[in-house]
Ligand binder design. Structure first.
Ligand SMILES: NC(=O)c1ccc[n+]([C@@H]2O[C@H](COP(=O)([O-])OP(=O)(O)OC[C@H]3O[C@@H](n4cnc5c(N)ncnc54)[C@H](O)[C@@H]3O)[C@@H](O)[C@H]2O)c1
Length: 486
C-alpha cells in the first residue's frame, strides 16, 4: 500500500495541536471536533478494517466483510481476553493482528480506515461518534442507538465527519428484498394498507441464553468498561454474556428483532416511518432474571405520504411459542400481497371486479319478489357482464440465487461508498435511525405504558419520555469520563 495515502495524525491530542497552530485569535480548542479525512482510498488500495466487539456477530460481520476483495482486518478490540485470543488464532495466523481491550487504541491507529462496531447496543452511539470524530468510516450494528434521544447526535456526527457509515441490518441487501422493493414500487400489489411480520422462537439459545465461558471473571474481562454508562453493579458474567436480556445494555426483542422486520419494510416501501406506536407484552416463560419481555406485539400507524397510502404495521415476537412457528413478513395491498423472507418471496395478485354481486349471505333474499325483480333490473343496467369478472388470481414466486450473499453485499455497498468518498450507503444513519426509532418507541411504550407519538420527518418524539426514564439519563460525556478513568 502506498504510504502517502496514510494520514499521520496519530491521536486526538496531535490533532488538537494542529488545530491550535492553525488558530489565530481562537482560544485553544480542547479537542478538534473532527479529524479531517486526509486519506484517499484508490480503487486499488486495500481497505483496512478493525472490529470493535468480536463476539458472535463480530465474527459473522468480520467474515462477511472479508468476503469482499481488497479488505484486510488489522485490529480487534474486545473486553474478554478469550475473544481476543480467539480472534488472533482465527484472523491473525499469517500476520500480526493488533488486539486490545480499549477501543480508543483502535481509533488512534493510522492504519485503520474503517471500524465495525459490534458491541452491545448501549455502546453503539458512543463508539460511533468517537470513531467518526477520529476520521474512521463506520459500519455499526443495528439498532443504531439504544434510546430515542441518541439518534440525532449520531446523524450530526456523521454529517460533520463526511465519512461513510452503514448500519448493519444486512437483509435489505438480499435479492429477495430488492425484488420486493421493485414489485411494490411498480405498483404490483396496489396501494399498501397493512403490513404484518413476526419472528417467533421456542428454544433456549433463540431466547438468548447464550453459553458463558467457565473462565469468565474480572481478571479475564473488563467489567467496568462493559458497564459504560449503565448503572454500576458488581461483576455478573450472565449480564456480560447475555446482555440482551437486560434493558441497561440491550433493546429487547424490539431492538433486536423488530428492527430487522421494520428495516425491510422501510426499505421496500420508501416510508419515513410511523406517527403512532403502541406495544404491549409480557415476560411469559424465560424467567431467568431478565427484565425484558419475551412476548411482545406492537401496532404502528404509518400516515399517507407521497410514497404510499396510510397503512398499519403489526409486529410480534413470541419466544414461548410452543405451537406451529411460521415466521413471515406480509405486505398487503388492495391488489395483492407480497410474502417474503430473506431467501424468497411469493406475490399473490388479486383484483376485485367492479360489480359487487348479490345473493348468498346477502340481504337480497329478504326483499319482496317485486323488489328483487326491480333490484335485478337496475343491477343489470348498471353492471354489464364485463364488469362482473375478476382477474384470475396469480401467484408469482421469486427464489434468490443460491450464491446470493446479503451480508457480504451489505458490506460491499459500504466499501464501494468508502472508495468513492460517498456517504450514500443503502442504510445510512438517517435511514438507520428512522428504522430504529419506532422499535425504541416500542420499548418506551411497553415500559412506560403509553402510546408514543413520533414525527418521522423531523425524527423527534412528540411526547417526551417520562422523567427518570433511562433514555433521559444518558450522558455520553459521563461515559467518556468514567472510561477515561480506567
Ligand atoms: N445484523 C444482525 O443480523 C445481527 C445479529 C446479531 C447481533 N447483531 C448486533 O450485533 C451486536 C453484538 O451482538 P452479539 O450477539 O455479537 O453480542 P456478543 O455478546 O456475542 O458480543 C459483543 C462483544 O462486544 C464486546 N464489547 C462489549 N463492550 C465493548 C466495548 N466497549 N469495547 C469493545 N468491545 C466491547 C464484548 O466483550 C463481546 O465480546 C449487537 O448490537 C446486536 O444487536 C446484529
Amino acid at each position: 500500500m502506498p504510504s502517502n495515502r496514510r494520514t499521520f495524525i496519530k491521536s486526538l491530542s496531535a490533532a488538537s495541536a494542529l488545530v491550535a497552530t492553525q488558530g489565530i485569535a481562537r482560544p485553544l480548542v480542547q479537542a478538534p471536533a473532527y479529524i479531517p479525512n486526509l486519506k484517499k482510498i484508490s480503487p486499488n488500495d486495500k481497505i483496512r478494517i478493525a472490529t470493535i466487539g468480536m463476539g458472535i456477530q463480530g465474527n459473522f460481520d468480520t467474515r462477511a466483510a472479508l468476503r469482499n476483495p481488497d479488505v484486510e482486518l488489522v485490529a480487534v478490540a474486545d473486553l474478554y481476553n478469550g475473544r481476543l485470543e480467539h480472534a488472533k488464532s482465527e484472523y491473525g495466523k499469517d500476520k500480526d493482528l493488533f488486539t486490545t481491550r480499549d477501543y480508543r487504541e483502535i481509533l488512534t491507529r493510522s492504519d485503520v480506515d474503517a471500524v465495525l462496531i459490534v458491541t452491545p447496543d448501549h455502546w453503539h452511539d458512543h463508539i460511533t461518534i468517537a470513531a467518526l470524530k477520529a476520521g474512521k468510516h463506520v459500519y455499526c450494528e443495528k439498532p443504531m442507538v439504544q434510546h430515542l434521544n441518541e439518534g440525532k447526535a449520531v446523524i450530526d456526527a456523521w454529517k460533520k465527519s463526511g465519512k461513510t457509515m452503514q448500519v448493519g441490518s444486512q437483509r435489505i441487501s438480499s435479492a429477495a428484498f430488492q425484488e420486493a422493493k421493485r414489485l411494490v414500487q411498480a405498483g404490483d400489489i396496489g396501494a399498501i394498507n397493512y403490513v404484518e411480520s413476526n419472528n417467533d422462537r421456542f428454544n433456549a439459545i433463540g431466547a438468548w441464553q447464550y453459553s458463558i465461558p467457565p473462565d469468565a471473571s474480572t481478571a479475564t474481562l473488563d467489567w467496568d468498561r462493559f458497564l459504560g454508562d449503565a448503572p454500576k453493579r458488581p461483576f455478573d458474567a450472565t449480564r456480560f454474556f447475555r446482555w440482551r436480556n437486560y434493558k441497561d445494555y440491550g433493546t429487547g426483542v424490539a431492538g433486536d428483532l423488530f428492527i430487522h422486520l421494520i428495516t425491510g419494510v422501510h426499505f421496500v416501501t420508501n416510508t419515513l416511518g410511523p406517527t403512532r406506536i403502541f406495544s404491549s407484552g409480557n415476560l411469559a416463560y424465560w424467567k431467568d432474571g431478565r427484565d425484558v419481555p419475551d412476548v411482545m406485539s406492537c401496532i404502528m400507524d404509518y400516515p399517507k405520504t407521497d410514497q404510499h397510502e396510510a397503512f398499519q404495521m403489526v409486529l410480534r415476537v413470541n419466544f414461548a411459542n410452543a405451537g406451529k412457528i411460521s415466521n413471515v413478513t406480509r405486505i398487503i395491498g388492495n391488489e395483492g400481497q407480497i410474502e417474503f423472507s430473506e431467501n424468497n418471496l411469493i406475490m399473490t395478485k388479486k383484483k376485485l371486479p367492479m360489480a359487487p354481486g348479490y345473493g348468498n349471505y346477502d340481504s337480497f333474499f329478504t326483499f319482496t319478489e317485486p323488489v328483487q325483480q326491480e333490484f335485478v333490473r337496475q343491477y343489470d343496467a348498471k353492471y354489464p357482464p364485463d364488469t362482473r369478472k375478476s382477474e384470475p388470481a396469480q401467484e408469482i414466486k421469486f427464489d434468490a440465487p443460491k450464491e446470493d450473499d446479503a451480508h457480504a453485499k451489505h458490506f460491499a455497498d459500504f466499501f464501494d461508498n468508502v472508495r468513492k468518498g460517498s456517504q450514500g450507503t443503502v442504510e445510512d444513519p438517517v435511514f438507520g435511525f428512522r428504522a430504529a426509532a419506532p422499535v425504541l418507541a416500542c420499548n418506551e411504550s411497553y415500559f412506560e405504558q403509553k402510546v408514543v407519538y413520533w414525527d418521522p420527518v423531523t425524527m423527534t418524539q412528540k411526547n417526551p419520555a417520562a422523567p427518570g426514564a433511562k433514555s433521559s439519563k444518558k450522558k455520553p460525556a459521563t461515559v467518556a469520563k468514567a472510561v477515561a478513568k480506567k
